[in-house]
Design a protein around this ligand. Sequence first.
Ligand code: ADP
Ligand code: MG
Length: 362
Amino acid sequence: MNQIRTGAFISERRKAKGWTQSQLAEKLGITDKAVSKWETGRSMPDLSLFMPLCTLLDITLSELFAGECIAEEELKEKTDEVLMDVISNWLGHDKMEKVRFRESKKCDTVPQNVLEVENVSRLYENNSVLAVNNVSFQIPQGSFVGIMGASGSGKTTLLNLIATIDKPTNGAVRISGQNIVDMLDKAAAEFRRRHLGFVFQEYNLLETLTIYENIALALTIKEVSKESIRPMIQSLSEKLDISAILDKFPYEVSGGQRQRCACARAIVINPDIILADEPTGALDSHAARQLLDTFAMLCREYNATILMVTHDVMAASYCDRILFMKDGEIKAALNRKQESKQAFFADILKKIEWMEGEAGCI
Ligand code: ADP
Ligand code: MG
């Protein structure tokens, strides 16, 4: 990306519209000085201004970064080039290192435990609530595990402890053999970016980037070579049924499509584990099923490991194993063997009924 070229392009497009620098500044709600700085190549617009600026000047984001109009037939090739350039500039990564993709993990015969939770507790001292109480379990690679429980049973707290967002009062959490409990904040943030994928209901995509750019951005963390990015995203988006919307912005697509994009972004970095907190919570039942099918496919075909919190029995019936939480404890577990989703659904209902009966509070 050449800042001076982008600046000259902004100036050219502004003049073509017949606006002064002040008029453009006013439309964007910024100072004249800022516009002047862009146009002379002394600074770039803030991320949040990219889209409004492009809309006003009738150009695409790629054209803004390229500093020129891009002909239709060159669009694909140029967009890749420009995107990589921008990403390298932002994040300072441009290493030609080959990424090890899912295929390499598929041949492992004995699944290793990706996640080991050992005697973990979390006490909220402000209200003396033991939100997670001496919980232990393991998740082998390639499995799709659900955590179920009523509201307030400690599901989100447990997931946050695994996500390195919160710290347990006691116990150990190991991800791929590494104890994440004692990590300092900076190391934890780096660990999250490299080893964990998130599909949270409120975990938004960047609104100023297209779906393609959102997925590609995640890849730069892994220092993926330029040549591998497009084929990787293309093959994955076909599987996730989002190929047709790659050039759209998040606000232009449905909730279900956004969640599948979040899945693409999560899986594309080849994380050790994908964590999902009520991922179907805001979706209609068709979109929810599609997302759950996507999760199941990621496990089957990419050997992904997924831990999903849900209170929805339909969502849980897609899992291989369910852990049932109540009052911060794991009270029961259920494995899906060869049975159908319908049979597993019925088993889950029975287990919930049993748990409620057990505590005498139906
Ligand atoms: P779930 O996700 O299953 O609905 P949570 O993990 O959110 O449950 O909450 C478990 C318990 O911990 C609840 O009693 C809740 O009130 C309490 N809790 C959750 N977060 C906090 C917090 N930040 N401070 C104090 N108590 C909390
Ligand atoms: Mg919750």
